[in-house]
Every structure is written in structure tokens, then in C-alpha cells.
Design a protein around this ligand. Structure first.
Ligand SMILES: Nc1ncnc2c1ncn2[C@@H]1O[C@H](COP(=O)(O)OP(=O)(O)OP(=O)(O)O)[C@@H](O)[C@H]1O
Length: 308
């Protein structure tokens, strides 16, 4: 990727008292990318986010937003950020539109046209003239996001945005965050302790455990090189599974599983196994790859039995 990252964390560390809460955390988020910050409760997501948005200082390391250090160039860095870290403060007895207008008045660069644009972006056109007290949690959050992006920040940061949303609300959130990333090139950073939700929403996730990043991985598209080398459990549907087991003589961990032949192998070994079976006169009716979910991989990696 040749684009300059919107946000770059370099060895960010936070020590409180004698405890290292955040330990040399580094990652980058690109323009137009929805990036998930995933970790169990207490792993340090909120602390990291508070440092990104300047609500808390760091002990060492640096955070740059659009090339500006939050340490040495805070005003220029923070102007590029829109964030909902704690619950967005809204005037419940005003309408959604009146709330946006109120914030727009504090920033002369925000035009009426821009207000209309952000209303559309978060899909609040139909309800923007209702009082906020009548809004659902999801609608309040959309209004919060509309307000946070009115000044066209390059980075949008949302701490646990799916908390309290029902599945339909989560889907809507995902749709408008992706739209924001695509249409406006905003880099979106969302934290969550729920992997299933991050899988739906994000292009990449960083997995945080006890203040350290243990993995950063892509959730979109396939990385062919990595796929070719990845070993998966593969199931063969055959007419003579017992004979097949004898032919393979335990290679690739061959075993029978519910009448199917199971092996653990990379792509080329699957093809080679198939050839061996066919050449031995065994009919192969189906080959199925049991891809591991990110959750399985996460649990394997951390050795924990829960991510929440
Ligand atoms: N001001 C503080 N003083 C001492 N310890 C703190 C402070 N703030 C956070 N911690 C500790 O740092 C760790 C990380 O907390 P943090 O709130 O960042 O985690 P989190 O991943 O956001 O979890 P949650 O989802 O529960 O908010 C926790 O163990 C917490 O107890």
C-alpha cells in the first residue's frame, strides 16, 4: 500500500503506577479502511483510543494523525479526528437537525449542504426533524456519527459502537460506516470485544491482549500466497474410505470422520492426495475444506476459551 496512513501508532506505551497497561502498540489505518480493534474487556482498547484522541497522554511512543504527532502537534492532529468515545452528548428536547445545526454553528466551515450530506450518509433523512428523545439507540448513534464527521475528519474513532445495538442496528452501522469509508475516504477505527461483529464490519483487525497486539490480519479478499500455505482440515467423500485410509498410511494426519476421510493439508497437498486416491481406483465424489473461523484461530492463538 503506497498511501500515507491516516493514523499511525508507533510503540505506544502507557504505564500507570507500576503497571504497563499498553505495551508497545503499533499499527496503521489507511484512508477508506474500516479497522477493528478487538480484545477482551480490560485488554486496553479504551486506554489506546483515549490516547489517540488526546484524552490521555502516553508514557512513550508516538501517535500520528495525517502526519501530525498528537504529542508535538496536537491542534493539527486533533482537527483530523471525529470521535465518539463516551456517549455523544445530544440535546434530547431538540430535533436531530437542530442538534447538528448547533454543532455546525461552532465551526464556520460547515455549510448547510454539508449538514444535508451527513444526514444522508447516516440514513437519518426521514427522522431528522423528530426530537432526539424519540430516537432509538441506533438512531442516536447515527446522529452522533453525523455530528462527528461534519467537519470532514480523516479519522473516525468509535469505542464499542455495537454495544446495546440489536442485529439490525449492527447491520445499519456496518453499512453506513462502509459508506463513509468508501465515499469520503475516511479511516474508521472501531473497538469491540465481539469478534463476530468485527468480522462483519472490518477490513482488518488488530487483536489486543493484555495491552499487547498479538496479531493484525485482513478480513477482506484472499491473500493467495497465505491461502496456498495455510493448512486446513479437508474432508473427502469417497466410495471406499477405509481403503483410502490404507493408501494414505497416516500421511497428513489421515483419519475417518463420520464416514468421510479427513486430512490436514495445504492446497497442493489436497490436489496430490486427490490424485493418489483416483489413481488407486477410488471414486472421489466431493472435497470440502473446513476453513477455520477467525474465532477458532483467535482461541488457538491466545489459548483462552473466551474472547469476551
Ligand atoms: N486510570 C487507570 N488507573 C489504573 N488502571 C487503569 C486505568 N485505566 C485503565 N486501567 C486498567 O488498564 C486496563 C485496560 O483498561 P481499558 O479500559 O483500556 O480496557 P478495554 O479493553 O477498553 O476494556 P473495556 O472494554 O472493559 O473498557 C484494565 O486492566 C484497567 O483496569
Amino acid at each position: 500500500m503506497s498511501q500515507a496512513p491516516v493514523v499511525r501508532l508507533q510503540d505506544v506505551t502507557k504505564v500507570i503506577g507500576k503497571r504497563t497497561i499498553i505495551d508497545r502498540v503499533s499499527f496503521e489505518v489507511q484512508p477508506g479502511e474500516v479497522f477493528g480493534f478487538l480484545g477482551p474487556n480490560g485488554s486496553g482498547k479504551t486506554t489506546t483510543i483515549r490516547m489517540i484522541v488526546g484524552l490521555m497522554g502516553m508514557t512513550s511512543g508516538d501517535i500520528q494523525i495525517a502526519g501530525h504527532s498528537v504529542k508535538s502537534d496536537f491542534p493539527k492532529a486533533i482537527i483530523q479526528v471525529g470521535a465518539i468515545v463516551e456517549n455523544p452528548e445530544m440535546y434530547k428536547f431538540l430535533t436531530g437537525y437542530q442538534n447538528l445545526l448547533h454543532y455546525a454553528r461552532m465551526n464556520p466551515s460547515i455549510t448547510e449542504q454539508r449538514i444535508q450530506e451527513v444526514i444522508k450518509l447516516v440514513g437519518l433523512e426521514g427522522r431528522i426533524h423528530d426530537k432526539v428523545k424519540k430516537y432509538s439507540l441506533g438512531m442516536r448513534q447515527r446522529l452522533g456519527v453525523a455530528q462527528a464527521v461534519m467537519h470532514r475528519p480523516k479519522l473516525l474513532v468509535l469505542d464499542e459502537p455495537t454495544n446495546g445495538l440489536d442485529p439490525a442496528g449492527i447491520r445499519e452501522l456496518r453499512d453506513y460506516l462502509r459508506k463513509l469509508a468508501q465515499d469520503e475516504g475516511v479511516a474508521v477505527l472501531v473497538s469491540s470485544h465481539l469478534l463476530s461483529e468485527m468480522e462483519l464490519m472490518c477490513d482488518r483487525v488488530a487483536i489486543l491482549q493484555k495491552g499487547q497486539i498479538i496479531d493484525v490480519r485482513s478480513l477482506r479478499g484472499t491473500d493467495d500466497v497465505q491461502d496456498a500455505q495455510t493448512e486446513n482440515e479437508v474432508l473427502f467423500e469417497l466410495d471406499h474410505p477405509d481403503a483410502a485410509l490404507g493408501i494414505l498410511e497416516g500421511s497428513y494426519g489421515a483419519r475417518l470422520s463420520e464416514g468421510l476421510l479427513s486430512i490436514t493439508a495445504d492446497r497442493s497437498s489436497v490436489a496430490a492426495t486427490n490424485r493418489r486416491l483416483v489413481e488407486a481406483g477410488i471414486n472421489v465424489y466431493g472435497i470440502r475444506v473446513k476453513t477455520k473461523s477467525l474465532e477458532d484461530q483467535f482461541l488457538e492463538m491466545t489459548g483462552s476459551d473466551t474472547i469476551g
